[in-house]
Design a protein around this ligand. Structure first.
Ligand code: NCD
Length: 361
């Protein structure tokens, strides 16, 4: 297989240089200021949205973004109504849809699935969330919110609170913010929902300071940004395990009293109970603005990808090991067995190119 790709697939934001992210943020800003200038920018183009998992904001903001650029949309939001229900694999679905559409946006419950789709796609593929792994366009949304609301991406103390284990938005955001100097991370979670080891290794390798704490009450006063997250019910093995974690963190006006006057609260949404409704009127609550920024940054992304503006990232690195099997049961290579299993690294422990988990050879 030719590993040099023709298309700008967006699987992981960190596959691209920070200069490219900044170009997107600048374009997103321009579009927000003068949306009428872009009304026909994607005229005649078709976007396919393949949502194998529920979505409101991501799906609708992508669709609205394309419509506002003058393009059209096809797709499904319920795999039960597509041939997936008949047992079609990702490779075949992708091959077909990418032959119809000019750009494909995909969300799937399994880690590495969108990269697997991009391997056979005949158009650019955007990762709209692959299991508990990554969510790069939410991160673009978060970066745009930070640049517009805090006017910097550097020297911020960022608290991430809730399900740090399963929250793909958390993983993508930490990877991105560890590329900017001076940021500090306060990881606020229960022991059971702590950030995975491979993510902590990424943080340590970047040289950024981080600490793990249990109490939001104790941590809130030092934060510039508080990123609240939902406990990811659908990723738990049982309802009992979910119920044991639910409701542990609730941001309410009493806690907000302790926060800095210019701290901002973000949340990728949907919220369940982790932010009390009466926090919504606090001017520091920016989560609804954040969702709106998401539409503009996705317009910028669609335009950039369709114009092929950037250097396409290498889709898979490393090599295949004939006997290796990814240790992560939630990795797509353990579900779609025809996939070539790529790993990077030397020695006994290698890293899966689909889901980033470590595997012992
Ligand atoms: C997030 C997701 O799907 O990962 N939602 C979103 O895209 N805005 C967060 C979540 O579902 O908790």
């Amino acid at each position: 297989m030719d590993k040099m790709q023709r298309f700008i697939h967006l699987i992981d934001l960190n596959d691209y240089p920070v200069s490219w992210w900044k170009q997107l943020l600048e374009l997103g800003h321009q579009i927000r200021e003068n949306p009428e200038n872009y009304a026909d920018a994607c005229k005649g183009k078709i976007m396919g949205t393949l949502f194998y998992e529920p979505s409101t904001r991501t799906q609708m903001s992508f669709q609205t973004a394309m419509l506002r650029l003058g393009g059209t949309i096809i797709g499904f939001d319920n795999p039960a109504t597509s041939s997936v229900a008949k047992g079609e694999n990702i490779k075949d679905t992708t091959k077909i849809v990418s032959g119809y559409a000019d750009i494909m946006v995909m969300r799937h419950p399994t880690a590495g699935s969108v990269k697997a789709a991009a391997l056979t796609a005949e158009c650019p593929v955007i990762n709209a969330g692959d299991g508990g792994h990554l969510h790069p366009t939410q991160t673009l949304t978060d970066l745009m919110t930070l640049s517009e609301e805090k006017h910097t991406l550097e020297n911020l103390t960022i608290g991430l609170c809730g399900d740090l284990k399963n929250g793909r938005t958390v993983h993508s955001l930490i990877k991105a913010m560890s590329c900017f100097k001076g940021n500090k991370f306060v990881l606020i979670s229960t022991e059971e929902l702590a950030l995975p080891t491979y993510m902590k290794d990424i943080l340590s390798a970047s040289g950024h300071a981080y600490k793990e704490v249990r109490s939001l009450d104790d941590a809130i006063s030092e934060l510039d940004v508080l990123y609240m997250t939902r406990i990811q019910r659908e990723r738990f093995a049982s309802e009992e395990e979910y119920m044991a974690q639910k409701g542990f963190y609730i941001l309410d006006p009493a806690k907000m009293v302790k926060a800095k006057r210019d701290m901002i609260v973000l949340h990728p949404l949907p919220r369940v109970d982790e932010i009390a409704i009466d926090v919504d009127d606090d001017p520091r609550a920016k989560y609804f603005d954040q969702a709106k920024y998401g539409m503009f940054i996705r317009m910028a992304l669609i335009l950039t990808v369709l114009n092929n503006d950037g250097v396409p990232a290498q889709l898979v690195r490393g090599r295949t090991y004939p006997k290796a099997k990814c240790s992560n049961p939630k990795c797509i290579t353990n579900q779609e067995l025809y996939l070539p299993r790529y790993f990077t690294g030397k020695g006994d422990t290698v890293t899966c190119e689909y889901c980033d988990e470590r595997t012992l050879l």
